[in-house]
Design a binder for this molecule. Structure first.
Ligand code: GSH
Length: 222
């Protein structure tokens, strides 16, 4: 029986098929009930606009025992068909690739990778300051101005509101997320004096889907 035989309305059924397919493909992201390494995958899922389940857990002992964690770690992204991946960067890139958030061509993709890795470098520098006053002072006086200088120059050279090309990529979200976490961790770490970075931060935070998510996400300290 063809679709048209069932309802006499191909369009209705096609829409329903698409909805069913989307429901079947609706992934679940599992991570602890904090931002941590789960937040970047969450943000890219939010920006992609797809439906997904935000599974925040207190423990991953059962998951570990189930053998579902390839490296014994979360975040974990799982699809109803059994496909799953861990490693936050792999999850982010997978969603970005699927939803047009990985640049328009190979060069843009490479540039997005570069910015993503740069954002991760800054993230690691900021994390290293935890409990270390000397490193925190060095972060404020040397590391942060150096990295903000790099990012400012990159935005200036690209000449758009984004780090790569003329549209948002996962790199923009990664820089946003790093700046956000850094400012929570080190309140003295400001974007002041780097107007393009400041503007970029605000523009990502005010993208409709992200702004909505930021308003509704559960508060967590880290
Ligand atoms: N390189 C991995 C690191 C993941 C990772 O370290 N996850 C931690 C939580 S942030 C974890 O699951 N640790 C295992 C545990 O707590 O038992 C990634 O980026 O996803």
């Amino acid at each position: 029986m063809t679709k048209a035989d069932v309802t006499g309305n191909n369009h209705t059924l096609e829409v329903r098929d698409t909805e069913q397919t989307m429901a079947q493909e609706k992934p679940t992201l599992t991570y602890f009930a904090r931002r941590g390494l789960g937040e970047m995958p969450r943000l890219i899922l939010v920006e992609s606009g797809i439906e997904w389940t935000d599974n925040r857990v207190d423990t991953i002992d059962d998951l570990k025992a189930s053998g579902k964690l390839p490296y014994g770690q979360v975040p974990l992204l799982e699809y109803p068909d059994g496909f799953s991946i861990s490693q936050s960067g792999a999850i982010v890139r997978h969603i970005a690739r699927q939803h047009g958030l990985y640049g328009k061509n190979d060069k843009e993709a490479a540039e997005a990778d570069m910015v993503f890795d740069g954002a991760n470098d800054l993230r690691l520098h900021s994390r290293a300051t935890i409990g270390n006053d000397t490193l925190r002072e060095k972060f404020i006086s040397e590391v942060l101005p150096k990295w903000l200088g790099f990012f400012e120059a990159h935005l200036k050279k690209n000449g758009s509101s984004y780090f790569v090309g003329h549209d948002i990529t996962f790199a923009d979200i990664a820089v946003y997320n790093t700046f956000y976490n850094m400012q929570i961790l080190i309140p003295a770490a400001k974007l002041e004096g780097f107007p393009l970075c400041q503007k970029h931060f605000e523009s990502i935070a005010s993208r409709p889907r992200i702004a909505e998510y930021l308003k509704s996400r559960p508060y967590t300290a880290t």
